[in-house]
Write a protein that binds this ligand. Structure first.
Ligand code: NAD
Length: 263
């Protein structure tokens, strides 16, 4: 299937590693010119260069902290200045810290709100005038399976990411007349550096090998293994492409079947 991405452009936030990078790489391999945004200029440049080497397509490195409105403005403006258009926006950021309700103060809630919800609001707002000029404008937000099945100890993520789903769903009908299709992609346990670090942390605290923790986690997943970042990237890439012409306002779960819910 041709995803129709050749000659199109994408901006991917928090794209220097992990799931954001996998999404950006897939978009680049499918022919899009991709702006790779990261808080670190060096990390953005390294990731953009490596994608360009693999795909042969133009990339742009952009320094952007998604909690800073001015950085988001600049990231969108630089993408359009460099590539002349913006067709696909991929929203991503780090996850908010773990913690129980009684351990978290207003500042922690406010930070999570800015990091995961307001970054989505602001990036869509900035991108929208440019997306509306595209004949296939697409927005994909990276969330978590916690939006369907909240995870113990992750109340900030469980709460603010649900807000992202509400935002994307509402905009899917508000912006449908403009042809803008918006969806979320929810990772289950995808084998990124971050997930490996978390497993190693748990292993150290339990005084057990990380391989044991990983194997126990994998057994909870119907497909019996962690996902590969490229498998996740392909879902984002499809939903963010013109080949997706009739899916909007939904959440795709890339979780090996681990979310136990019928809706
Ligand atoms: P990751 O930590 O490797 O990636 C997050 C990226 O966001 C990093 O590059 C980090 O530098 C960047 N970042 C953090 N704060 C930022 C900011 N203010 N501005 C710009 N960039 C910022 O994690 P990942 O595994 O690639 O996951 C990506 C997202 O998906 C995270 O929000 C994570 O919580 C969520 N998630 C991942 C999984 C998984 O299995 N990997 C599962 C559920 C949810």
């Amino acid at each position: 299937m041709d995803l129709g991405l050749k000659g199109r452009t994408a901006l991917v936030l928090a794209a220097s590693r992990g799931l954001g990078k996998a999404a950006a790489l897939c978009l680049s391999q499918e022919g899009a010119m991709v702006a790779v945004a990261s808080r670190s200029e060096e990390a953005a440049s390294a990731a953009a260069r490596s994608m360009e080497q693999i795909s042969g397509n133009r990339t742009l490195a952009v320094k952007a902290d998604v909690t800073r409105p001015e950085d988001i403005r600049q990231a969108v403006a630089r993408t359009v200045a460099e590539f002349g258009r913006l067709d696909t926006l991929v929203i991503n950021a780090g996850g908010p810290p773990a913690g129980l309700f009684t351990e978290l103060d207003d500042a922690a809630w406010q930070q999570a709100f800015e990091l995961n919800l307001m970054s989505a609001v602001r990036s869509i707002r900035e991108a929208l005038p440019h997306l509306k000029k595209s004949d296939a404008p697409r927005v994909v937000a990276i969330t978590s399976t916690s939006v369907r099945q909240p995870i113990s100890g992750l109340i900030l993520s469980n709460s603010v990411r649900a807000g992202v789903v509400g935002l994307i769903k509402t905009l899917s009908f508000e912006l449908a007349p403009d042809g803008v299709l918006l969806n979320c992609v929810a990772p289950g346990r995808i084998d990124t550096d971050r997930v490996r670090e978390l497993d190693e942390g748990r292993a150290q605290r339990a005084g057990r090998p990380a391989s044991e923790i990983r194997s126990e986690n994998a057994q909870q997943i119907p497909l019996g293994r962690y996902g590969d970042p490229a498998e996740f990237g392909r879902a984002v890439c499809f939903l963010g492409s013109p080949a997706n012409s009739y899916i909007t306002g939904t959440t795709a779960y890339v979780d090996g079947g681990s979310t136990r819910s019928v809706i």
